[in-house]
Design a protein around this ligand. Structure first.
Ligand code: SF4
Length: 945
């Protein structure tokens, strides 16, 4: 057994991980106690990393025009086809769409090839969907895309304000740090500003459930309130900022009275003023903001409205003070550093930076090979796919992202991809929806194989180390890019043999002619102190925060401590902000406001996290969260199926009635791709409206209609992975389906119209010719069963290669349970008609699929248990709340009812909440709900009363 230190590939917290490796396999992961981001903590996604590995489902060979190929053929095809498009239509017909999942070294090479040598500006990234508004706000205010804070500021603050951030689910380890900070310092206050009551509210001293999109009104109101109450830091404003009067005037244009602001934000005025008072009266304030702010058509303004308040109070550049944008992806920051956004060049230089284009051209000129950098910025993500629609972009190379699921108007994105003459996809997984549109597929290395660096939300560069060899012929993205560059004649500039050489060049560029021009300020992004490391030092590189240079050889925890910013005059800019509503308008046809976001246990479009069965149990199916009053008015029920209709399509999911949801609004998760459900793309419900400055889509403010999904039947089908039966047999005929991996089997949740009437799963033709059924406890003879459930039996017989061998019906409900057991005694499939709330304990059944063949005939008792779906009569435990210990909701509720009504007591009894702690807010909610429920129950015995 050996141990390797690396970094988690999921969220922007950037936790350090220690992987235990045995026989070329990662058998365990633990948090790295030495890593300053997490000090040994991991959330449930991080701790399940080793469960998402393995060669199954991986892309292992290049594919050209649908045919498996070899790398030479594929690379030749990529180079010749890119070259042909460039020759025929010019460089601007070429584009690349990258990802915050890529390592900095991959990003650097892609940017250098496309912008530097192919000469197209159209290289953008899925980070555009995540934090582009924060980038634009930073640049407007500070003169550079620089996050002022570090994680330690959470521990140093007196007040932490969380805006549009469900930290408990989306950045769980930061949430844990904040929680510990609050336990150690009871004077630390936390304010949560979010339209939804999320698990993060567990920490809140004050919760403001504002109207979606009113954040800018709230923060411009705060600025005006601070001015009116003489709570500004006039000295700081005078010495370190510019534009205050204009910013204040804009803030005062709307009625600046607390009552008016509260009315516009749909908040209680007293609570709002409490927040204003807290913010204004503390110096050490950290405002963390995330996608709830950024994913808006005014996201940049919202970011600047927050930053304005910090500048106006001098709450920046100090321990425990500053506006703190938290990125979604592990390397969104690294992509920004190399120029991975279409409006950037490289090393934080953009087209507006005087002399930057010439400087980068000089730096990249190699052995007489001169780059041909574009003159101006390219298409941002949404505009890029619109350019494909217009046939302006003819060739697109997509790396490590799934725009067919994640972009707004997925219908239009898919149509654009289908018509694009050349689509090249580099990916590690074979279950990305995108592959259906690819002309050329390049198998990429994945986490644990990739070798390079990532930068987290606090500017900390960490090594993500190559621990295992890539499977089959999968290769690193930087290598594939270099091979294509060589074939295009740019070999001299792409002769890297190891990622350390790429990192070295990146570090040198960051320091190249940095601040040397007359009157020029140093560029903040400067890691020249990491240039020339050599391979051994690069391999051993410890996490470090940029800038890293001669002045700061050990890195820099906080920025702007001297009150000097990256603008030409060193003054921060106060930006006038005028609040404006979302651009996706509600109307009679689409009267509900749609919010989209992440769930605790999944990542992006599930291509990796869905490989861990335990991560699928928290929220197993796509869902729609809705307020109880709206659910009643619209006729939808808890756990029923409902359909959302949006501008670009529909979304079908299971209803979750939630008191945390505001009336008139619904929430859906953004994760489900076409391999896990038939109609659950949140992107289809979002129009492609973007922020005019950042180009970030308005993903938090869709407009939708909701109605119950009328179905006549529901069913659950579990099928062994190796049964080799095409899922289209049931998916194509269902109005709703969801696939839930269980380990050795897949669970299919199905619903539709009349089983034998064409709308749903139709019955198989023909009669069942022979009786396979064995009598077990509660079973009926074949003839009786056909009378009870003829369609299902025939359908199962016709659909699955192993015929029904066990079956029974519940006499009361008429529900059918059936199973197929092969001659070797192995369970091959299991079926139950009816809605999933009636399911037995599937964990036990899932284990049966993994059992080896015994060759012996099955005992009657075992057959009975198989049909019952459990060993001991245990019912389905409901959704898993604690993913680490797989503790279900029903067990928790049962324990609470028996008196274990604290998190500690539940942990002692069931172990829930005792590992990563991500489920503790949910445990607390269940305790509170159960207590409230008990109090509300009528007292039946008057004598007791
Ligand atoms: S908090 Fe983020 S980086 Fe840390 S383990 Fe969880 S998903 Fe990974």
């Amino acid at each position: 057994m050996r141990e390797a230190r690396t970094t988690c590939p999921y969220c922007g917290v950037g936790c350090g991980v220690v992987a235990s490796v045995e026989k070329n396999e990662i058998v365990d992961v633990q948090g790295d106690p030495q890593h300053p981001a997490n000090f040994g903590r991991l959330c449930v996604k991080g701790s399940a990393l080793h469960e998402t590995l393995g060669h199954g489902g991986r892309l292992t060979r290049p594919i050209v025009d649908g045919v498996e190929s070899d790398w030479d053929t594929a690379l030749d095809a990529v180079a010749s086809r890119l070259g042909a498009v460039r020759d025929a239509h010019g460089p601007e017909a070429l584009a690349a769409y990258l990802s915050g999942q890529l390592l900095t070294e991959d990003y650097y090479v892609a940017n250098k090839l496309f912008k530097g040598f192919l000469g197209t500006p159209h290289l953008d990234t899925n980070s555009r969907l995540c934090m582009a508004s924060a980038v634009a706000a930073h640049k407007r205010a500070f003169g550079a895309d620089a996050v002022p804070c570090c994680y330690e500021d959470l521990e140093e603050a007196e007040l932490v304000v969380l805006v549009g951030s469900n930290l408990a689910w989306n950045h769980p380890v930061l949430y844990q740090r904040l929680k510990v900070a609050k336990q150690r310092n009871p004077l630390l206050r936390v304010v949560v500003i979010d339209p939804r009551v999320t698990d993060t509210c567990e920490l809140a001293d004050l919760y403001l459930g504002l109207k979606p999109g009113s954040d800018a009104r709230l923060f411009t109101g705060l600025l005006a309130w601070m001015a009116a109450r003489n709570k500004l830091d006039r000295v700081y404003l005078e010495a370190h900022t510019q534009g205050f009067e204009e910013a204040l005037a804009a803030a005062q244009e709307q009625n600046a009275g607390v009552e008016a602001i509260a009315a516009d934000c749909d908040l209680d005025a007293e609570r709002l003023e409490t927040f204003f008072y807290w913010f204004a009266s503390h110096l050490h304030v950290v405002t963390m903001f995330s996608q709830g702010v950024n994913q808006s058509s005014s996201g940049t303004d919202k970011g600047n409205a927050i930053i304005n308040c910090h500048l106006a109070g001098g709450k920046i550049g100090l321990p425990g003070a500053g506006p703190f944008s938290i990125t979604g992806q592990p390397n969104a920051m690294g992509g920004r550093e190399v120029g991975g956004l279409a409006n950037q060049l490289a090393a934080h230089m953009d087209y507006d930076t005087p002399g930057a284009r010439d400087r980068v051209t000089r730096f990249w000129t190699t052995a007489g090979l001169v780059p041909c950098l574009p003159e101006g910025p390219g298409h941002k993500a949404v505009a890029l796919f619109e350019a494909i629609e217009r046939d302006e972009v003819q060739a697109l190379w997509i790396m490590a992202t799934n725009p067919a699921v994640s972009l707004p108007r997925t219908d239009r994105v898919r149509a654009a991809l289908a018509k694009c003459p050349l689509v090249i996809v580099s990916d590690c997984m074979a279950n990305a929806d995108l592959l259906a549109y690819a002309d050329i597929v390049l198998p990429a290395s994945s986490w644990s194989e990739k070798d390079g660096t990532v930068t987290n939300s606090e500017r900390r560069i960490s090594r993500q180390r190559g621990i295992l060899p890539p499977p089959g012929e999968a290769r690193h993205d930087w290598w594939a890019l270099c091979e294509v560059a060589k074939r295009l004649g740019f070999g001299e500039a792409f002769g890297y043999t190891h990622p350390s050489e790429i990192f070295d060049e990146h570090a040198r560029l960051s320091g190249f002619e940095n601040g040397e021009g007359p009157g020029e300020r140093r560029r903040l992004f400067d890691i020249s102190g990491l240039a020339g490391l050599g391979r051994a030092a690069y391999d051993a590189l410890e996490p470090i925060q940029w800038p890293v240079n001669v002045a700061a050889p050990r890195g820099t925890a906080r920025l702007f401590t001297d009150g000097r910013f990256a603008t030409p005059d060193g003054l921060a800019r106060m930006v006038p902000v005028r609040s404006r509503p979302p651009t996706q308008a509600l109307d009679a046809a689409r009267p509900l406001r749609l919010n989209t976001g992440r769930i605790r246990d999944q990542w992006h479009t599930m291509t990796r996290t869905a490989r861990s069965p335990r991560l699928m149990n928290h929220r197993a199916e796509p869902f729609i969260e809705i307020a109880p009053e709206d659910a009643a008015a619209l006729g939808v029920e808890e756990q029923g199926l409902a359909c959302l209709q949006g501008v670009g399509g529909r979304y079908v999911g299971r209803v979750r009635v939630s008191r945390g949801q505001r009336r008139g609004e619904v929430f859906v998760p953004m994760h489900w791709n076409g391999h896990f459900s038939g109609s659950a793309f949140s992107g289809a419900l979002i129009d492609n409206h973007v922020d005019p400055v950042s180009g970030q889509p308005e993903s938090k403010h869709g407009a939708v209609a909701l109605a119950p999904l009328p179905v006549e039947w529901e069913a659950t089908l579990l099928v062994a992975d190796d049964l080799g039966v095409a899922e289209s047999r049931w998916c194509d005929r269902s109005q709703y389906w969801a696939r839930i991996p269980l380990g050795a089997a897949q669970r299919w949740q199905l619903a539709g119209g009349q089983p034998s009437a064409g709308g749903g799963i139709e019955s198989a033709s023909g009669e069942v010719e022979s009786a396979h059924g064995e009598m077990a406890h509660g079973e009926m003879a074949r003839g009786e069963m056909e009378t009870a459930s003829p369609e299902w039996l025939s359908w199962l017989e016709a659909t699955l290669p192993v015929p029904p061998t066990l079956w029974c019906t519940d006499p009361a409900s008429g529900r059918l349970r059936a199973a197929g057991v092969d001659d070797a005694g192995r369970l091959r499939w299991w079926f139950m008609s009816g809605p999933p709330k009636e399911l037995p304990n599937l964990a036990w059944l899932a284990e049966r699929f993994g059992e080896a063949a015994s060759g012996e005939s099955m005992a009657a008792e075992h057959r009975r248990r198989l049909l019952a779906g459990c060993d001991d009569g245990a019912a389905n435990q409901g959704p898993v709340v604690c993913s680490c210990h797989q503790v279900g909701q029903r067990a928790i509720l049962g324990a609470i009812r028996e008196g274990d009504d604290s998190v500690e007591a539940l942990g002692a009894r069931l172990a829930c909440g005792t590992q990563c702690g991500s489920c503790i807010p949910e445990l607390k909610s269940l305790i509170e709900e159960e207590k409230a429920h008990a109090l509300a129950e009528p007292i039946e015995d008057p004598a007791v009363a």
